[in-house]
Design a protein around this ligand. Sequence first.
Ligand SMILES: Nc1ncnc2c1ncn2[C@@H]1O[C@H](COP(=O)(O)OP(=O)(O)OP(=O)(O)O)[C@@H](O)[C@H]1O
Length: 273
Amino acid sequence: MTDIASSTPENSMASAPALTIEHLSAGYRNRPIIKNLSLMPMQEGQVVSLIGPNAAGKSTLLRAIAGLLPATGSVRLGDVEILGLPLVDQARHITYTPQELPQQIALTVLETVMGALQVSRENRQDVDAAMQKAIDVLERLGISHLAMEQLDRLSGGQRQLTSLAQTLVREPKVLLLDEPISALDLHYQLRVMKEVREIAAEKRMIVLVVLHDLSIAARWSDRIVVLANGAVVAEGTPQQAITPEVLSDVYQVKARVESCSQGSFTVMVDDVV
Ligand SMILES: Nc1ncnc2c1ncn2[C@@H]1O[C@H](COP(=O)(O)OP(=O)(O)OP(=O)(O)O)[C@@H](O)[C@H]1O
């Protein structure tokens, strides 16, 4: 087995670990939600969007991959089996950002983001490096002006951006994002998707993101997974996965998929079925 955390950039490039999910089942008490689910391997640098109706099991799937729910099956990063590892070891590879906004604690945004790096306060160099990293992420997300604001004085959208900064600063190998743009205005929705995509490519991260806006998912994802009733109903490029037939089956809407001038496409919903 390969120890991913201790591998050098050279040999990790050579082995290019993919995230492979096979025969995954998970749920709550006596309530199975995810049933024997397998996905195409997700490659380094890829952004994969998970879409589907309310209660389809999207958050449950992310929590199961992150090791936060009892699950059976296999979640492998390269040849390392992640499922069943102690949470602290799993967290070295995978970071999950939940749908819920962070607690309104009395820390500044900068302190909150730096806190995610868990450096010792004794070591001045580490603290300085952590601060620089945190500031860089805040700048990328366009919220460096909030660095000295207290978390409990922020709006919902500002707290969501802080939560994302807290996750990104750790540069995990696998990033699981549950509706990261649900509280954001148009500018920040696009800004976040653009930055997540760029950071994934730069840092060779694997990103699995739950989104409800299909046009945004189509524009910013390499691949789409459509989930309904805890099972995959379509998977592939945005063009392959988001079709009028799938939208009718899964969301019960009459929809068109229209090409845009920039090569992406928009989903136009005409009516409910
Ligand atoms: N803690 C829990 N205990 C029991 N059942 C739960 C729990 N959390 C979620 N569920 C159930 O699991 C199913 C899937 O929920 P999940 O939150 O994964 O769906 P989702 O696709 O993320 O939905 P949404 O788009 O509405 O956020 C739902 O039927 C829900 O009621």
